[in-house]
Ligand binder design. Structure first.
Ligand code: KG4
Ligand code: ZN
Length: 342
């Protein structure tokens, strides 16, 4: 295999992402320079079922992945020979969906005779911010809030992570989705509640802020139950007030814990990531925390918060530099965890 002698600023990595319901391919140079990024979301395919259907996701990835790779290469205006390595999400995610990307990435790496790099999807989310601001400094606190995860991670250096806190039950995005479904607002629930909340009173109902004064872990399952109980008892309450009050409760907890984490570790930067980072109130309150504490804050664009392949290529570049290529014998790992410091 023709390994690049050194992984450097001109090393061009093709990233591939198929872990859930986004099919994506991107080319990133030097671990931070996005040359092209193509994403196809399957949200419309799953909307009628109120959530992601794994079998439909895998079949859609099969149809969409080659066109996304072709688009990334065409948009970059390069030929395939210029690609130095192929990085792909190997977990966590839906097994059938992951296998589509992993098989394609290995096949391309073999065909082009370049290294294959298996990437941890959660680690890639941590790298998303660097794509838009490569000058971020360590230690960095990243709050990852998505449909599957709610975690606070301290990035001490590249590849050096400490888990500061996480949800003990539902993820924040999951709570948004479940409450939206209960209120009949549709799927995905986060954007629907965000829109609805704009017209509601966030103080109309005082929903619980679980574990607010207690450490850095989160719990959202009680809040969801509390919303359901309230609506059952007050059937005439407006969905706008429920949405605004629910959203205020989630965001209060998220920003309080993000601030506590950043202060505890003496962070030089605070970063938001994951789909829930698109929430309007969360973005606004997050910036207020940064202004109040003087900690440098970074809010990635919506495209970088949600699943994309540029972050996979970026994390892949760093892993190739630190660990070298991944064996082609490696598989896909639905329950893969973020590699943490001992
Ligand atoms: O990171 P992501 O695209 O996919 C994974 O879960 O991996 O996150 C999707 C989650 C969904 O739960 C969705 O409802 C939530 O992010 N979300 C939002 C908003 N946009 C997306 N939650 C609150 N407000 C939003 N504007
Ligand atoms: Zn994700």
């Amino acid at each position: 295999m023709n390994l690049p002698l050194t992984v450097n600023e001109s090393t061009l990595v093709l990233g591939i992402e198929t872990s859930c319901d986004e099919t994506a391919a991107a080319l990133v140079m030097g671990g931070h320079d996005v040359v092209s990024s193509a994403v196809s979301t399957q949200v419309d395919l799953h909307a009628q079922y109120g959530g992601v259907v794994p079998e439909i996701a895998s079949r859609a990835h099969l149809d969409l992945l080659n066109p996304m790779i072709a688009r990334a290469i065409v948009e970059a205006g390069i030929s395939e020979e210029r690609i130095d390595a192929v990085a792909c999400t190997v977990g966590p995610g839906l097994i059938g969906a992951l296998l589509v990307g992993v098989s394609a990435a290995k096949a391309l790496a073999l065909t082009w005779d370049v290294p294959f790099i298996g990437v941890n999807h959660m680690e890639a989310h941590l790298y998303a911010a660097f794509l838009e601001d490569p000058t971020l400094e360590f230690p960095l606190v990243v709050m990852l809030v998505s449909g599957g995860h709610t975690m606070l991670v301290e990035m001490q250096d590249h590849g050096q992570y400490r888990l500061l806190g996480q949800t003990i039950d539902d993820a924040a995005g999951e709570a948004f989705d479940k409450v939206a479904r209960f209120l009949g607002l549709g799927y995905p629930g986060g954007p629907a509640i965000d829109r609805e909340a704009e017209f509601g009173d966030p103080e109309a109902i005082n929903f619980p802020r679980a574990m607010l004064n207690d450490g850095l872990d989160f719990s959202f399952s009680g809040l969801k139950t509390s919303v359901m109980n309230y609506v059952r008892k007050h059937p005439d309450v407006s969905a706008t007030d429920v949405s605004a009050s629910f959203q205020a409760a989630v965001v209060d907890v998220l920003v309080t814990k993000a601030r506590r984490a950043a202060e505890q570790v003496g962070a030089r930067g605070l970063v938001l990531g994951g789909g829930v980072a698109a929430n309007s109130l969360l973005r606004e309150r997050f910036l207020t925390v940064c202004t109040d504490t003087g900690i440098r804050g970074f809010l990635p664009s919506r495209a970088m918060c949600t699943d994309n392949a540029a972050m996979i290529a970026a994390a892949g570049w760093h892993r190739l530099r630190s660990d070298g290529p991944t064996s082609l014998d490696a598989g896909a790992y639905p329950n893969l965890r973020l590699p943490l410091l001992p």
